[in-house]
Structure formats: structure tokens, C-alpha cells
Design a protein around this ligand. Structure first.
Ligand SMILES: Cc1cc2nc3c(=O)[nH]c(=O)nc-3n(C[C@H](O)[C@H](O)[C@H](O)COP(=O)(O)OP(=O)(O)OC[C@H]3O[C@@H](n4cnc5c(N)ncnc54)[C@H](O)[C@@H]3O)c2cc1C
Length: 473
């Protein structure tokens, strides 16, 4: 039976990042991935001159984990920033799009909100601080600080776009901790923004970027560096305690023995795999919902779309009752995403707002996107390319109490030596947050393996401890 220091179950960005961090320090690792390819959600596909992103489209390169990995993997030369055509964000207002500048203060000058809505927005400056530890949802926080109109018409679309979530259910402290911190630190979000500007500081910005061949570049590069330490097409069925660590069972693909195990799969799978080795942690994972989400990618000849597509895309409030939560103008966001004289737009359907829509047949999903693009963007005729990706469990939902859930999960794992969990439901859903969380997990695994090796040495002195990494850090 193969024996390694650590088995990593799941070859998405989280699992690969954690595995690579251990691998480069000389630990023996094995990544077991169910699919025939690595990357998990991160799938970038080139076809006929288009570059389709079926999962994540952007990465925030300001986040430390991604920056570290990019450096280790020599990805700097492959980075690509937002195209110069991105000048606005769009929000739907009835059957048309309202274009708003990219600055956070642009809502004050735009007519997207009513006069009363803008006046209430300014009044945020004088609103009292909320109760600490209130576990507010984004909608509750938004209504209390900025008024109901801003909450419904701006924050609700944002939560649907970024987290496939529902602002009325999503915990602010988990998904937008910066807003909570600004209120705590400055008493007002507007005051925090103005102070940062006056003192020449910058607000923590999301630097949206990608790589020339898409977000799939990162998992591909990670997997390439690890070579045979990554096995695809292997579904882990069960993990059990075994002498000196764990036995990881992959059915007819055999079993592996490891001193530590990192569970880097979606929360519902983590719940099953953790049950025999860390039942309380499994219980917490089982509480996390992840509704289905569909991505419809359409390519058109430029002349078929009347709209200038001069933005990131558009979002819509749940109150508007549109089937499409939002769309990205893929060929404007980054250069080289569509053939010359063509454009690409992707629509996001389902999530917490309308899970059943995401389960519809691909043809119906394409029709929904086409109707939305026809009405809002003036798209006409048949697209030259149409692709649908249905994620049966799109993104984990961070409902009220999620921060406490994560705390309980971490405490439970503290009681299960050698068992580690990493993924997008612990520190944030973005690629950057997954990388941060994975590198942190790898540090904890190294500490655990180091301590375990010390114990072995003490027990077997003067012999050399078996299984100590060839190159210990
Ligand atoms: C449609 C969509 C759009 C997104 N857009 C963005 C964006 O623009 N920017 C951004 O930063 N983030 C975005 N995200 C979020 C981000 O892509 C994900 O949070 C991140 O990629 C999750 O990575 P992960 O490794 O934690 O999980 P996953 O990618 O889910 O990987 C888990 C892996 O585990 C494997 N697995 C499951 N069960 C087993 C088993 N039993 N045995 C072995 N392997 C198993 C799976 O096959 C999978 O490969 C988006 C996500 C989606 C779905």
C-alpha cells in the first residue's frame, strides 16, 4: 500500500495549493481527484478563438496566497489585467441597464437610485453604530446603514453576483468583513472611505485580474509541478483511522496510508468523509447549503450586439424578477477572450435566488440568457457559440451564524489530530481566499507532521524516525 505524509482529497484550487506547499518543502503528498482533470470549479476552455470560463473568471492578485503561488509558479508573465474598455458597472432598472461609475461614491451622482434613496445614502454618515456581534445579514446591515433602497438595488445584486447568494440570508461579517470593520473603526462607511482618500491611503481594492489562458492556469501549473503526486479519476470513498495515521480508501482504485489527511472537497462530500474520523466537524459541514448554479456562455459577432459592453457586466436585484442574476462581458474584461470582431458574454442563473432555474435543460438556459441579452443588450440572431455549465452545488451559502459555524468546525478539528479541512467555505469563496486558507492549512499540517516526527524520534531513539520527510523544513 502507498504510504505518504499527507493525502489531499480534492484537486481543486484549495487542495492543489495546500498540496503544493507541502510538496515543495519535501513532504511526500498524494492528491486524489475524482474528476479526470484537476481544477475543480476552475475550468478555462479555448474553443474557436474564444476563451470560456465555466467557473471563476477573475482573481484578486492583491491577496497574499495567490501572490505567493504566482511567484512560486512563475506566473507573473502570464497575468492579464482588466481591459481598458471596463468603464462602468451596470445594474438593471426595469428593461434597461443603468451605467454607474466604478468609484464607490458614484451612486451619489448617478440617477440609478431615487433622490430620496441618495439622500438616505448620505445620511449613512450619521447613523449610529450597530450592536457588536449582531450576526446581521447583508440586507439588515445595508438597510440599517444605507437605507432599504440601496440595500435592495445595490447590495442584493452584489450578493447574487459574487456569492450566488441571497442578501437577506447571507451573513455580512463573513462575506463583507471590511464593511463591518469600517463601521467598527470609523462609525460610518462613508467616513471610512473619505478618511482613506484624504489621508492618501487606498481602500482595500479588489484588483481583478486573470492569466492569459484563464483561471485554469493556476491549478494546471500547480498540478504540473507535482507530477505523479496528483492522481485524477480517483474517488475517495472512505477515510478511517489506521496505525500511525489514516487509511484512505478509493474503492477499486486501492487504498493509501497517510500520517495526515487534508479534506479539500465541497462541504457535502467533506461531511461524508469526515464522519468516521471527526464526526462533530462532519456535522458542521453537513449544515452548509450549496444551491445549483448555471453558467451560460454565448459568443456573438460584434455587429449582433448593439450595447457597447463597456463594463464588467450587469447585475440585477431579486425584486426585478429576472431569471438571469447577472452577466459578465467576458471579451471586454480581458483581452484575447474572443476572436476579432466577436464578443463573449456569460450569464449566471440560479444560486440561492432561484435554484430550480439552474436545473433546467441546457436549451432552456440558453434561451433565458438569449432573451435577457436581447432585451438588455440588443443582442440579435443566433449566437455563434453557446455553452452551458451546470454546477449541481454551485457555491456554499454563508447564512446567519456561518462565522460561528466555522469556529465550531475549527474547534472540532482541533480534537482530531491529523485531520485538516480546507476549502471555500472556511475563509471566503474567492480563488484568493481559497489559496490563503490552503496555505494556512499547509502550515498547520507541517507543524503537525513536525511534532509527530519529534515524538517518533523520542520514542525510537537512537534510530531514525520512519517517514520523516527527506527534506524537513
Ligand atoms: C460559476 C462560478 C463562478 C465563480 N466565479 C469566481 C470568480 O470570478 N472569482 C473568484 O475568485 N471565485 C469565483 N468562484 C469561486 C471559486 O471558483 C471557488 O470557490 C473555488 O474554485 C473553489 O475551489 P476548491 O478547491 O475549494 O473547491 P472545488 O473547486 O469544488 O474542488 C473540490 C474538488 O474535490 C473533488 N472531489 C469531490 N469529491 C471527491 C472525492 N470523493 N474524491 C476525490 N475528489 C473529490 C472535486 O471533483 C473537485 O475537483 C466561482 C465559482 C463558481 C462555481
Amino acid at each position: 500500500m502507498t504510504e505518504v505524509d499527507a493525502v489531499i482529497i480534492g484537486g481543486g484550487i484549495s487542495g492543489l495549493s495546500a498540496a503544493h506547499s507541502l510538496h515543495r518543502k519535501g513532504y511526500s503528498v498524494l492528491v486524489l481527484e475524482r474528476q479526470v482533470r484537476t481544477g475543480g470549479n476552475a475550468i478555462s476552455e479555448r474553443f474557436g478563438g474564444f476563451l470560456m470560463e465555466h467557473g471563476p473568471s477573475t482573481v484578486n492578485l492583491a491577496m497574499p496566497g495567490v501572490a505567493t503561488l504566482g511567484g512560486r509558479l512563475d506566473l507573473a508573465g502570464l497575468q492579464t489585467g482588466l481591459g481598458s474598455g471596463v468603464r462602468k458597472r451596470y445594474l438593471t432598472k426595469g428593461a434597461r441597464l443603468a451605467g454607474i461609475g466604478l468609484s464607490p461614491l458614484a451612486f451619489l451622482t448617478s440617477r440609478y437610485l431615487s433622490f430620496a434613496g441618495r439622500a438616505r445614502l448620505i445620511a449613512e454618515f450619521w447613523q449610529p453604530r450597530g450592536a457588536p456581534d449582531a450576526e446581521e445579514t447583508v440586507a439588515e446591515f445595508g438597510t440599517r446603514r444605507f437605507g432599504a433602497e440601496f440595500s435592495d438595488r445595490v447590495l442584493d445584486p452584489l450578493v447574487a453576483g459574487m456569492f450566488a447568494g441571497d442578501a437577506a440570508q447571507t451573513e455580512l461579517g463573513f462575506v463583507m468583513p471590511a464593511l463591518a470593520a469600517m463601521e467598527r473603526g470609523h462609525g460610518s462607511i462613508i467616513r471610512a472611505v473619505l478618511r482613506a482618500r484624504l489621508t492618501g491611503g487606498r481602500m482595500p481594492a479588489r484588483q481583478l485580474s486573470s492569466w492569459r489562458d484563464g483561471i485554469g492556469t493556476l491549478p494546471c501549473a500547480l498540478a504540473r509541478r507535482m507530477g505523479h503526486a496528483v492522481r485524477t479519476g480517483v474517488t475517495v470513498r472512505r477515510v478511517a483511522h489506521a496505525p500511525g495515521g489514516f487509511r484512505i480508501d478509493a474503492g477499486d482504485r486501492g487504498a493509501v496510508r497517510a500520517r495526515a489527511v487534508i479534506v479539500a472537497v465541497q462541504p457535502h462530500v467533506a461531511a461524508q468523509l469526515l464522519e468516521p474520523i471527526a464526526a462533530p466537524a462532519a456535522g458542521e459541514c453537513a449544515r452548509i447549503a450549496a444551491p445549483p448554479l448555471a453558467v451560460v456562455y454565448l459568443g456573438y459577432r460584434r455587429g449582433q450586439v448593439a450595447h457597447p459592453l463597456d463594463g464588467l457586466g450587469y447585475l440585477t436585484s431579486g425584486n426585478e424578477g429576472r431569471p438571469v442574476n447577472g452577466a459578465l462581458f467576458c471579451s471586454t474584461m480581458f483581452a484575447g477572450r474572443a476572436p476579432a470582431d466577436h464578443v463573449a458574454i456569460s450569464a449566471y442563473i440560479g444560486g440561492a435566488r432561484a435554484p430550480d432555474l439552474a436545473r433546467q435543460a441546457p436549451r432552456a438556459l440558453i434561451d433565458m440568457a438569449r432573451r435577457d441579452f436581447a432585451e438588455l443588450l440588443g443582442a440579435s440572431g443566433d449566437p455563434v457559440l453557446a455553452r452551458v455549465r451546470q454546477w449541481p452545488r454551485g457555491l456554499p451559502q454563508f447564512q446567519r451564524g456561518h462565522l460561528r459555524l466555522v469556529e465550531r468546525l475549527r474547534r472540532a478539528l482541533g480534537e482530531a489530530p491529523g485531520v485538516f479541512v480546507t476549502g471555500n467555505y472556511l475563509g471566503g469563496v474567492s480563488v484568493g481566499a481559497c489559496a490563503d486558507s490552503a496555505l494556512d492549512t499547509a502550515r498547520r499540517v507541517r507543524r503537525f507532521l513536525g511534532q509527530a516526527a519529534q515524538k517518533d524520534i523520542a520514542r525510537h531513539r537512537p534510530q531514525t524516525a520512519a517517514g520523516v520527510p527527506a527534506n524537513p523544513p
